[in-house]
Ligand binder design. Structure first.
Ligand SMILES: Cc1cc2nc3c(=O)[nH]c(=O)nc-3n(C[C@H](O)[C@H](O)[C@H](O)COP(=O)(O)OP(=O)(O)OC[C@H]3O[C@@H](n4cnc5c(N)ncnc54)[C@H](O)[C@@H]3O)c2cc1C
Length: 428
């Protein structure tokens, strides 16, 4: 008999997982709170496929910088003051991971996870998924030499998986991208990196899932999880009881509250990002470009230039703070002088699912034998979607494939967030 898999969340992670499990021959149902088609972070992001950026967000000095910027409403990194205990706990926990040892082991884990990323995106095209993908490489550009050197050191570990960052002078960068200003002194060229139109990827995955027979229940927020002992039997979604043999929680920033409903709360909290799309044609780029000191991503898509940036902790809704958008626009003008800083582009926000150690949460939820988690991908959810689906597939199918991926997947196990006293012998 075919197993029924129920996936909660139709973002890029839930859809990639649905696609993979449907390819494996499972009968898949995807349940999503939103009315139709994914919204949220999976559509509102920079669309970079960047194994070269296999670095966890908590880095030495990172939160110190965020606290210093607290008075600046247009800074790229911001911790909103909030007395909510879960926010305070999360930030303290993240602070504990802002040290060189935790950072280095996070880099190692993420780099291994990204080893097959490009191959998996190639396989998407071969499977007939239609989406806008650009294989043109990426430029990281800087107005100061020391920031370039910091990034150069951070990208060195990714050489072992074939992703390189070659230093270039300002003039060499302007030869590649004439729109860059004279203030750009130096940069890094990462020829293997790619970018996609994220909305087209989400659409393409959903279309292909439908072709493979996946059932979608949009407009159906999950509000309850029913279990018999260690086995989940159904989720309550928009008033309907959806039964299944296997369940995957892939609900982005809401995965934390859903795991609480399952009795094992995971620390997944939002890191809010901002962006806007410029269709004026004032600037033309070929590569995706990272404006280093400003921490702004610029992505050339077929019909627009997308600007994205900001990491804001402590806010959990989609409201737009115009100061943040203006901050992105103003800093972009320094690097791309033809971009008008006072233009009022259409702005958007996206909530990145963050974890205190900066690593995704992928694998079985302790305490439940048939529930898995695929979330917490922070700044890399698009990049890591296909490999996440691979790991979930291997966990379900077991056997040799599982043994092969088990070592790569170990640092991402949800188990790391379950206090020892909350585990049972069956949880390992
Ligand atoms: C500004 C910005 C730039 C970024 N740039 C990049 C980039 O260049 N490259 C990259 O790899 N990543 C990037 N990211 C990160 C990436 O966008 C995220 O990691 C990724 O989209 C997370 O996907 P997800 O499917 O886990 O979550 P989401 O996209 O949030 O999807 C979760 C889904 O779950 C549904 N849901 C929530 N609660 C429930 C419920 N109770 N019941 C049913 N359904 C529910 C939601 O409706 C939603 O559709 C960026 C993010 C931002 C904000």
């Amino acid at each position: 008999m075919t197993d029924n898999a129920v996936i909660v969340g139709a973002g890029v992670i839930g859809l990639a997982t649905a696609h993979r499990l449907a390819q494996d021959g499972l009968a898949v149902t995807v349940v999503d709170a939103a009315g139709g088609g994914a919204a949220g972070a999976s559509v509102h992001n920079a669309g970079w496929i960047v194994p070269i950026m296999s670095t966890p967000v908590p880095a030495p000095g990172m939160l110190g910088q965020a606290f210093r910027w607290m008075a600046h409403r247009d800074s790229p990194l911001y911790v909103r003051p909030s007395p909510r205990p879960e926010h305070v706990r999360f930030m303290i926990n993240m602070l504990r991971h802002c040290n060189p040892r935790a950072f280095a082991s996070g880099v190692e884990a993420l780099t291994s996870l990204n080893e097959r990323t490009l191959q998996l995106f190639d396989e998407y095209e071969k499977d007939g998924i239609r989406f806008e993908q650009h294989r043109v490489g990426q430029l990281l550009v800087f107005t100061t030499r020391h920031t370039m050197e910091e990034y150069r050191a951070a990208t060195a570990p990714m050489e072992r998986i074939g992703h390189t960052a070659a230093p270039l002078t300002g003039d060499e960068l302007r030869d590649l991208e004439p729109a860059l200003s004279r203030q750009v002194l130096t940069g890094l060229h990462c020829p293997q990196e790619r970018h996609v139109d994220p909305a087209s990827l989400v659409r393409g995955l959903e279309d292909r899932c439908r072709e493979l027979g996946v059932r979608f229940l949009h407009g159906s927020p999950v509000t309850g999880i029913r279990s018999r002992g260690r086995s989940v039997t159904s989720v309550l979604a928009g008033g309907e009881e959806v039964t299944g043999d296997l369940f995957v929680l892939a609900a982005g920033v809401h995965t934390g509250s859903l795991s609480r409903l399952a009795g094992r709360p995971l620390p997944i909290r939002p890191g809010k990002g901002y962006g806007f799309d410029d269709t004026s044609g004032s600037v033309t780029l070929r590569h995706s470009v990272y404006l280093g000191e400003a921490k702004v991503a610029v992505t050339p898509l077929s019909d627009r230039l997308r600007f994205a940036g900001t990491m804001e902790f402590g806010s959990s809704d989609a409201t737009i703070d115009p100061h943040r958008l203006r901050g992105i626009a103003r800093s972009a003008h320094t690097y791309l002088p033809d971009f008008p800083p006072e233009s009022q582009p259409w702005g958007w926000t996206g909530l990145r699912p963050m974890t205190p150690d900066g690593l995704p949460v992928i694998g079985p939820l302790p305490g439940k034998d048939n529930m898995l988690v695929a979330s917490g991908h922070s700044m890399l959810g698009v990049t890591l979607a296909p490999v996440t689906a691979d790991i979930i597939s291997a966990e379900i199918s077991g056997g040799r494939q599982r043994a092969d991926t088990a070592r790569t997947a170990l640092p991402f196990s949800p188990q790391r967030f379950i206090p020892r006293r909350g585990r049972t012998t069956a949880d390992g």
